[in-house]
Design a protein around this ligand. Structure first.
Ligand SMILES: C[S@@+](CC[C@H](N)C(=O)[O-])C[C@H]1O[C@@H](n2cnc3c(N)ncnc32)[C@H](O)[C@@H]1O
Length: 232
């Protein structure tokens, strides 16, 4: 987390929007670790998550149900536009990045945070493999949940945007998040049960066995993540 904090600590974030905010965790991290901010807005297509965030609203902190592909804001409205762990939940990544750049002021910050699945320690591989399986099962159930990207694939996506500059930091999560992935691992069998009638069940089951073996040998920790902060 130290690298994450360092990259943010000299940034005056101004008016911020976090797309795909879910429980607002990333938005509140920007609030905590940025040098300053004026206003924080979190949006998500999931109405339930947005309703649950109402209790956390303040005069300059708001949450709205909104689609990140077509934001209800004029061009160059925000000083900071963020997207965290959502790239692999999108069918049109380029379309989302284009919309993010539309609402970002010239000189503003584009913030991308995303877990990646390559070059992980064995314990983190347990999480990486489990997350890929979760994506495959979600896809089977009709949700948009693609395979997580490699670190280089994430960098390549940002590289082609023609930003003035960008900085990167790879970092490990806090123990609190390691406990969260442990809880998720404990529900691996329930995840499998949700697709018990699928013709792909045997394939999913085989992958789950591999994950369990890896877990027994190495345990589980949350995958390393990549934070990118670019300047438009
Ligand atoms: C894995 S969660 C990420 C949550 C949070 N940003 C984080 O870093 O933990 C992905 C979120 O993106 C939201 N999402 C997916 N497509 C979206 C879209 N087109 N516009 C806004 N939110 C979207 C989902 O509803 C979900 O809450």
């Amino acid at each position: 987390m130290e690298k994450f904090k360092r990259l943010l600590s000299n940034k005056d974030l101004g008016k911020v929007i976090d797309i795909g905010t879910r429980r607002g965790e990333f938005l509140f991290r920007l609030k905590e670790y940025g040098r300053s901010y004026d206003e924080l807005i979190g949006i998500d297509t999931n109405e339930k998550e947005i309703e649950a965030l109402r209790a956390k609203e303040e005069d300059n902190i708001h949450f709205y149900k909104m689609d990140g592909y077509s934001l209800d804001y004029p061009d160059e409205y925000f000083d900071t536009v963020a997207l965290s762990n959502t790239l692999h939940h999108l069918n049109d990544i380029d379309g989302m990045l284009k919309e993010m750049l539309r609402v970002l002021k010239k000189g503003g910050y584009l913030v991308i945070n995303e877990m990646f699945h390559d070059n992980q320690t064995p314990a983190r591989q347990t999480h990486g493999l489990m997350h890929i399986l979760e994506g495959e099962i979600d896809t089977e159930l009709g949700k948009v949940h693609n395979k997580t990207l490699t670190k280089q694939e994430i960098i390549d996506l940002i590289d082609k945007l023609g930003l003035k500059s960008f900085e990167t930091a790879e970092y490990f999560e806090t123990e609190e998040y390691d406990k969260k992935v442990q809880k998720k691992y404990n529900k691996l069998n329930d995840m499998l049960l949700s697709v018990k009638d699928s013709p792909k069940y045997n394939n999913f089951e085989e992958k789950a066995q591999k994950i369990k073996k890896n877990y027994e040998q190495h345990g589980i920790q949350r995958c390393e993540q990549l934070l990118i902060i670019g300047e438009k």
